[in-house]
Design a protein around this ligand. Structure first.
Ligand SMILES: [Zn+2]
Length: 127
């Protein structure tokens, strides 16, 4: 079915360690980049012809990364039992964004979350 995909981005700075992964098992940091893409069905446009206000998507994705900013990710509760890989960061952000979107824009659904550790390294999580 025809639909619209709308995206907004947020960034955060954080360190992590990935035990057992060459080089990544050393403490290091990234300026992480996150893009949240939401899906709105073609008949879901509002009176202004918009699917979701970009500022609302931006607010959701910024809220979803705020707990990560300037943190050592391994210390955070969600990563106590699982190393904070980009994959797991993306999945966690997806869960938070899905919750927030339910109140901000209930007619929109999370399509995917992209997380860049480096400009050339990206993970895409699709729920
Ligand atoms: Zn890393």
């Amino acid at each position: 079915m025809a639909h619209y995909l709308l995206s907004a981005e947020a960034t955060f700075s954080a360190a992590h360690t990935l035990p057992g992964v060459t080089l990544c098992d050393r403490l290091h940091g990234h300026d992480w980049r996150v893009r949240l893409t939401v899906r709105v069905e073609e008949d879901g446009l509002g009176a202004q012809g918009m699917g979701v206000d970009f500022r609302d998507i931006e607010r959701v994705v910024k809220d979803a990364v705020t707990d990560f900013d300037h943190q050592y990710l391994n210390d955070l509760e969600p990563f106590q039992d699982h190393a904070p890989s980009a994959e797991r960061v993306a999945r966690l952000i997806c869960g938070t964004a899905t919750d927030r979107l339910r109140t901000t824009a209930p007619h929109a659904a999370v399509q995917e979350v992209e997380v860049w550790e480096l400009p050339q390294y990206r993970v895409v999580y699709r729920p």
